[in-house]
Design a protein around this ligand. Sequence first.
Ligand code: AMP
Ligand code: MG
Length: 338
Amino acid sequence: MKVIDLTKNTKDLESKILPAVYAIKKGDLVIIPTETVYGLAADCFSVSAVNKIFLVKKRPYRDPLIVHISKKSQLSLLVDKIDHRVKKLIDLFWPGPLTLVLKKKKIVPDIVTSCLDTVAVRMPEEKITRKFIDLCNVPLAAPSANIFSRVSATDLPHILSDFKDNSDIKYVIYKGRPKYGIESTILDCTDYPFKVLRFGALEIEEIIKKTNFKIIESKNFKLKKAPGMYKKHYAPLKKTFMVKDLLKYVEKNKNDCSGDIIVCKNKTAEIIKKINKNIITIPYGNTLEEISKNLYFCLRLADSIEGKKILIETVENRSLGKAIMDRIKKASAGKEII
Ligand code: AMP
Ligand code: MG
């Protein structure tokens, strides 16, 4: 696995990423940057290449993949017709972190969609991703570049720690830390009102504000409609818990908390340090935007250092906070310390 480093400059971009384009054309895998998290990409029409994604990630076949396109015209390769509301979503939010689940064309292989009659599609905002797809001249199936159920990768060391010795992945196109740091928002658009299958980097409130569409956020249909949604996901290997009133908890358990790793707001971390300097704090920012960008990064860091257990401070469950809370709940498998 070779690293194509674009962090210093993107001059001669095309010639730098061309070897990775050939790898895709040969049916191999490439790790690509996006504005959400790093993706593990394959030609979506090649069953054998897509199969490698499942094997390399140890991902169950029942968990369908998102297909990435570089221009709106490519959508017609994957789906037959779109209605006026879907068109409006595309016009307003693509390119961007919004994935749409639509009725698929027969040509989309069953392995990509876990035999569903729908396909999840998005057009990334990150220009390098779109340039890469353009050069590949084919839509790319790409889940996050991490071993299944582990924390998604948002930096090179995370990718290397999961896949360093893998021979099916030929290149990593490295572009530094992604702008959003959590996955795309997924909307089921096969029926109206549309339904949220996953909260993500694009806030549902913003979609509603700009479109006036009715969008249902109910939990009940998620497992049936989006088979890859699990209670434990994006999870560190260490024991992990979420804590709502973290300061109260630390005050009460000052001495027991020595050796714990606490992933929390910057301002919470400052106070904790004063309470007990033996508690390890990893600050994830103060605003929801900062927390979304840093959460996975901090969880990976928490997992890579010595410590008893990981405690994550929860955030308010509104706007981007819904996506962040979804990840915190999954990282801790819903285990809460009060
Ligand atoms: P990721 O693992 O981040 O690439 O996200 C993929 C997720 O998108 C899956 O786990 C599913 O929950 C959802 N998804 C993908 N394709 C479909 C589909 N055709 N219908 C419903 N949900 C889908
Ligand atoms: Mg994933």
